[in-house]
Design a protein around this ligand. Sequence first.
Ligand code: EPZ
Length: 436
Amino acid sequence: MTDSIRVTGGAPLTGEIRVRGAKNFVSKAMVAALLGSTPSTLRNVPDIRDVGVVSALLRLHGADVNYDVESGELTIDPTALTKADAANIAEHAGSSRIPILLCGPLLHRLGEAVIPDLGGCRIGDRPIDFHLEILQRFGAVVTEHPDGLHLSAPNGLRGIKYRLSYPSVGATEQLLLTAVMAEGITRLDNAAVEPEIKDLIDTLQKMGAIISVDTDRSVTIEGVGRMHGYDHTALTDRIEVGSWASAALATGGDIMVLGAQQRHMGMFLNVFRKVGGEFDVVPEGIRFYHPGGELHSIALQTDVHPGFMTDWQQPLVVALTQAKGLSIVHETVYEKRFGFTDALVAMGAHVQLFRECLGDKECRFGQLNFKHSAVISGPTPLTATEITVPDLRGGFSHLIAALAATGTSTVHGIGIIDRGYEDFRGKLAALGATVE
Ligand code: EPZ
């Protein structure tokens, strides 16, 4: 598959596509299967690069993984786990941050784990300090080696009381995957409560875990001695759904997204409506369309759940370039998530970045020289240009911009988009886009 495509914009995206399981849940549920003493089955799994990467990592550790693209069914048999070395893990992990989440399960099953240097999109520093602190609090011993971090649990893993200074999704998952079989009770305060986390908790509960989530973002887990496999259907990828919805707005289109689930999209749907989009929730999914007329500018702040998700921001900003007036976006989750706007400006958008917090929420990046607020003035016609994709969500946003622009754009580095958007080439074709 070539890494560049030519996109001819100017036509509305119209038609029907299906979105399958959530990238940011499926990879974690696959890791959770290692905790089971019997095989697990995960359904509605999308054919994306991240699934391939995690499958390779699990096979590297001796698990048997089988995936049927057609049915979306993935089975994992974790009964014959073995150790793996950092070089192999690094080679298979590529730019994925998943290796750090393998620690808890591997420490429980094998008594040791290895973390090579981590990857992930360059949208900020992506530290793992919360993860390491949590693992050490459970009793893991972390030693730095030239090939990465080596972890062991000489005295086993015991339950902890821990409060996250920031409701980190990954750190919450780290704690859950370790606490479920740690000895005693674990309590986590200020946990992340994203729908993907809730699905992971449901999955762990199916395996035999005892977990409760309180209304104040606190989670209590009673460690159990043994867990078995699960059979679970992944929730739909709400980030991908939001990305296609923004594409409908930006191109004046009408897209039926089969599989979309309103209960995970509340804040997005409110914003989509405020900008001027229309949507119909039907049993099979959600239809997103531009009703004609003007789009309206808005003031928007990203936040942890139930706020407007940071991963929805980049595709929506493309639609905001077509809205009348000034829009203000304050990105409070990642410090460097507006890099993709350079390409939009090159196409004719009016976007200015600020280091101030342009929103009513105090933010960790205020006055730290991170340009994490954007002001977009529209509507501005976009013209085709040559683009190189910066990261996963920014890359999809560049595709949307190219589809909204007049003329033919060349987009390089689109392989990154395969990490999180299943068959996006086929979906674009189904929606009438002119791509080669
Ligand atoms: C997950 O990343 C998702 N990735 C991200 O989606 C998503 O944007 C993010 O959660 C927020 O919802 C996966 O699930 C694979 P965090 P994660 O830990 O877990 C700081 C996509 O495009 N932090 O909630 O890495 C961190 O710097 C990706 O699908 C620490 O300071 O996100 C950031 O500012 C992009 N120390 C904030 O927390 C730590 O040890 C949020 O990060 C960990 C995180």
